[in-house]
Design a protein around this ligand. Structure first.
Ligand code: SF4
Length: 388
């Protein structure tokens, strides 16, 4: 069993490399290789992989990038992610990426896709309209048309045709990835001291840049190493962290929550990497299989236009399933989808008798003292309350 620290260090190096060094290495290994990047949250990476290209999930520059030109493209009262993403583009960090997908999560991403086409007209860029209706005859037919048209674009980019057999192989590999992720999140729910969230986060996020075959190996290795680590259980408050599904908080913020006395046992970080819950069918028409999975097995989140009740219920169920004693709303500043849903989610928690607190972050937040105090007070109140 590889030491857990070594696996985490490997994952951390991949995640913190804003120059996409591992992606450059992958591409340099064969002249015909292409890379397709996607903004948060969800795009069907199986299609990109099935064509022999590398799907890469782009999450902005985090706290490792100084924004010099990116600010010029956006007003000050929107989230941080588009500024750092543009900064990465104009500083050449995305030169290795041949095409970009902008899933329809919010107006900011929609506008970013337009700005992108002006700044980098030579790059393939597509706004990907996700279905907002789960009726197979309406949303299903729409999504199937969208996917078949996306495949035509991607085939042109790859210079090859996508066969059903190849797409099924990719679906099987991503199914394996979903299985391993499920196992990892279950391990954290049951024994958060063995798989702390600050570690789990980088190991999961490494899948944003690694080929899925390699990420599956990393997940397997981490699961074995975490179980063998023998770390002791501590008396911390179990919390769910909700709202950071798109722009990602700096790793220091997750570590701060842990140091403040919290076990994060549930979260919606990196949601696009685990958007489909369960297996996608590996038989029949593979595009139809992806469509059905989206309609029936994608996660209820602020990124979808579904009933408030459904999202509230999903959060309460997730909190109960993970035995979370409280919920921390942790949204990116100015994130419309997260902040618009928050009052409704808070009401659902109130009705269920689950405590919550909230704060906002930016991907380049560098000062955690206030968050530490707030999270520490919340953890203490949970402990006092549950012991009362
Ligand atoms: S952080 Fe929120 S507002 Fe910003 S791009 Fe993502 S979903 Fe949209």
């Amino acid at each position: 069993v590889e030491p857990v620290d070594a696996i985490v260090a490997r994952a951390d190096a991949l995640v913190s490399d804003i120059d996409l060094g591992s992606v450059k290495e992958w591409k340099a290994a064969a002249p015909s290789r292409k890379v397709v990047g996607q903004l948060p949250i969800y795009a069907p990476r199986e299609l990109v992989h099935g064509l022999g290209m590398l799907p890469v999930c782009l999450f902005g520059g985090g706290d490792r990038l100084e924004i010099i030109r990116g600010d010029a493209y956006f007003q000050s009262y929107i989230c941080h992610l588009p500024r750092s993403t543009v900064e990465l583009l104009v500083t050449g960090r995305y030169d290795v990426v041949d095409g970009f997908l902008f899933p329809s999560i919010c107006d900011v991403i929609r506008n970013l896709s337009g700005i992108w086409k002006m700044i980098a007209p030579e790059k393939y860029a597509r706004y990907l309209d996700l279905p907002q209706n789960d009726d197979p005859e309406i949303g299903g037919r729409f999504w199937e048309m969208e996917l078949r048209s996306l495949v035509e674009d991607l085939e042109r980019l790859a210079g090859t045709k996508l066969s059903d057999a190849s797409l099924r192989r990719s679906i099987a590999l991503f199914n394996r990835n979903r299985e391993l992720l499920d196992e990892l999140y279950a391990l954290r729910r049951e024994t958060p001291w063995l798989a702390p969230s600050s570690e789990l986060y980088v190991v999961v996020r490494a899948g944003a840049v690694l080929p899925v075959e390699e990420h599956n190996e990393m997940l397997r290795a981490y699961l074995d190493a975490a179980r063998a680590s023998g770390r002791p259980e501590r008396d911390l408050a179990r919390v769910a962290v909700i709202g950071a599904f798109c722009e990602q908080p700096p790793l220091g913020l997750l570590k701060t929550l842990e140091r403040a006395g919290c076990y994060i046992v549930e979260d919606d970080l990196l949601l696009g990497l685990r958007w489909i819950r369960g297996r996608v069918r590996e038989d029949g028409d593979p595009i139809r299989a992806l469509v059905d999975a989206y309609l029936k097995a994608s996660v209820a989140s602020a990124a979808k236009y579904i009933g408030e009740d459904e999202k509230g219920r999903a959060l309460v169920e997730a909190a109960r399933r993970s035995h979370a004693e409280g919920v921390i709303f942790c949204a990116a500043s100015f994130c419309d989808p997260a902040l618009l849903d928050q009052p409704m989610l808070a009401s659902a928690l109130g009705r269920a008798g689950i405590q919550y607190t909230s704060f906002k972050f930016s991907e380049d937040t560098g000062q955690f003292a206030v968050i530490r105090e707030q999270a520490g007070t919340f953890a203490d109140s949970i402990k006092l309350w549950s012991e009362a």
